[in-house]
Design a protein around this ligand. Structure first.
Ligand code: DGL
Length: 272
């Protein structure tokens, strides 16, 4: 049965679990296969050519596992490889940039929107294009914040180190009058409390910090409904975790990011 097949979700590492979490909350009966390319993280500092090659191998692996649909839970891949994946794959492919831009456009009142993302995502101009398509009056100020990625992967998400990094990255937005900030990288929501505290301090207490995870899950639910691809019944769906490097700490850290205990789940190491 087509509908009973899993939804494939992939990211360069752990960050995409924030998207998987939103998908689990919105569509609890769906079965998910999550692939974190932990052997090759980070993607955000690499060339578009390399990211496209990595994205192809992740997508091919999830297709071999029978995925009925693919969620690209990585902003960098969504920024540089989404069109290619849509052309090459014969299953629907959803990215996170458009939903992230939508969340930003809905959050800003000053129509001056800050975006923090990886170098690759900022260089691609994907957020500027996606925002302009939604509301051309909104001006986007996009900056890279690469150090948040290893901090999130390490689980170093609070205290003076991430605070100092956040201050350094967010200070330039203060001159631009932004009143909303999009976390344009799937790893950044793991540092949300620090980013929110520092944006309130530097950009003003009313600054809204948003990400595309929930909007992505909503877009996914609409797509499943439209194409009659949703799983039948209300039994809770399963979750498979795949990684490309040693799986040792992944289950434990994944539980924190997913907000559910998956530490008992076997994490499978795959070769792409
Ligand atoms: N997952 C990536 C993204 O959302 C960030 C981490 C990386 O650089 O690989 O852009």
């Amino acid at each position: 049965m087509e509908q009973a097949r899993p939804i494939g979700v992939f990211d360069s590492g752990l960050g995409g679990l924030t998207v998987a979490r939103a998908v689990r909350a919105a569509l609890p009966a769906e079965h998910l296969v999550y692939l974190g390319d932990t052997a090759r993280v980070p993607y955000g500092t690499r060339s578009a050519h390399t990211v496209i090659r990595y994205a192809r191998s992740c997508a091919a692996h999830l297709q071999r596992r029978g995925a009925k649909l693919l969620v690209v839970a990585c902003n960098t891949v969504s920024a540089v490889a989404l069109d290619m994946l849509r052309v090459e794959l014969d299953i629907p492919v959803l990215g996170v940039i458009q939903p992230g831009a939508r969340a930003g456009v809905e959050a800003t009142r000053s129509q001056r929107l800050g975006v923090i993302a990886t170098r690759g995502t900022v260089a691609s101009g994907a957020y500027v294009r996606a925002t302009a398509a939604l509301d051309p009056r909104v001006e986007v100020f996009a900056r890279e914040a690469p150090l948040f990625v290893p901090l999130a992967e390490e689980g170093w998400v609070e205290g003076p180190v991430p605070e100092a990094v956040a201050r350094r990255y967010l200070a330039p937005f203060a001159q631009e009058g932004v009143d909303a900030l999009v976390l344009g990288c799937t790893h950044y929501p793991l540092l949300r409390p620090v980013i929110e505290a520092v944006s309130a301090e530097l950009l003003g207490p009313g600054t809204r910090v948003v990400d595309g995870a929930e909007a992505t899950a909503a877009a996914l639910a609409a797509l499943l409904e439209d194409r009659a691809m949703g799983v039948e019944g209300s039994e809770p769906g399963g979750m498979e975790l795949l990684v490309t490097d040693l799986p040792d700490r992944f289950g434990e850290v994944a539980s924190r990011f997913l907000g559910e205990d998956v530490s008992g789940l076997e994490v499978e190491q795959v070769d792409l």
